[in-house]
Write a protein that binds this ligand. Sequence first.
Ligand code: FES
Ligand code: FES
Length: 181
Amino acid sequence: MEIELTINDEPTTVTVESDDDLATVLRRNGYTGVKCGCDSGVCGASKVFVDGEVKMACGVNAQSADGAEVETIEALGTQDDLHPIQEAFVDHFAVQCGFCIPGMIIEAKSLLETNPDPTEAEVRQAIDDNLCRCTGYQKPVEAILDAADRMRGDRSVAADGGSRIDSRRPDDTAYDGDSNE
Ligand code: FES
Ligand code: FES
């Protein structure tokens, strides 16, 4: 059957099978920033906004999304014009293999829209269902806190790529290439 979706502000008609999930349909239509990791709603890689709420797209039946407004990572920024959250992830070396990052950034955007000045604990809680096998979470958390500062216009912390993580290991002040920290 055909369903109507508005994807990243573009009204679109897509063909779906009865058992298609939304992640599969989005990827089939070119939105490959949506990642499929577990395919069972536990890793967070397939997170997108559906009607303004973060959903794991692998767990959304595509037919049931008929008429929905969907926002994927592709809506946030471009290579030449990154969203402040993406920019902060790059500046903090928070991206390693990158597979989990679209879902994590979607969740971060949701958090910062409702809580522009989160604590470290609130950031960690927000991404607690975004599984990352590379970063150990420290740098993504730093990046999201920095992005919050940037988005509020407080560049005093962000400008030097600094961190306002409260309890950091003494040697954790710069990227050291260790993917298992
Ligand atoms: S692929 Fe959807 S949550 Fe893991
Ligand atoms: S950066 Fe590789 S899984 Fe998160």
